[in-house]
Design a protein around this ligand. Structure first.
Ligand code: RTP
Length: 155
């Protein structure tokens, strides 16, 4: 009742090429949807390597940076923005630990992935990165403002 759509927290979630190729789109979207989060933007894109480097700029000193960017740009990525109270932090919880060997069962990576280099999904790790990543992947007019039927029962 308190929460209004305009003030709601948003996060950037992407299904990486391995998740798309493995046919896990519906499975992953379903987990966010059933939780009560609201989808406000979605598109399937093949990012260029330069774009992938922008997305992962924080990791450019890491040894796996080049391989990671090659991988992200190797095929279609499902880019999304999800909205809801606490969605940034809880979205990371739904996703699970970076390394699927350490992700709990019940999480997306715990249930659906095996190795860190093919961990099928990305989620923003904080409010600042969420804002930056949403701006990098989406134009403002691609973010859809609407009242979902569910939300008056979720909140
Ligand atoms: P993401 O950004 O994709 O949600 O993942 P994360 O925050 O859980 O993990 P981060 O440390 O930011 O790493 C980003 C992505 O890099 C790949 N990675 N590979 N040792 C490795 O080979 C290694 N470590 C990380 C993973 O795909 C990770 O999601």
């Amino acid at each position: 009742q308190e929460a209004h759509a305009a003030e709601m927290e948003r996060t950037f979630i992407a299904i990486k090429p391995d998740g798309v190729q493995r046919g896990l789109i519906a499975e992953i979207i379903s987990r966010f949807e059933r939780k009560g989060f609201k989808l406000v933007a979605i598109k399937l894109v093949v990012p260029s390597k330069e774009f992938a480097q922008k997305h992962y700029h924080d990791l450019k000193e890491r040894p796996f940076f080049n391989g990671l960017c090659e991988f992200l740009s190797s095929g279609p990525v499902l880019a999304m923005v999800w909205e809801g109270e606490g969605v940034i932090k809880y979205g990371r919880k739904l996703i699970g630990a970076t390394d699927p060997q350490k992700s709990e069962p019940g999480t997306i990576r715990g249930d659906l992935a095996v190795v860190v280099g093919r961990n099928i999904i990305h989620g923003s790790d904080g409010p600042e990165t969420a804002k930056d990543e949403i701006n990098l992947w989406f134009k403002p007019q691609e973010l859809v403002t609407y009242t979902s039927n569910a939300e008056k029962w979720v909140y």
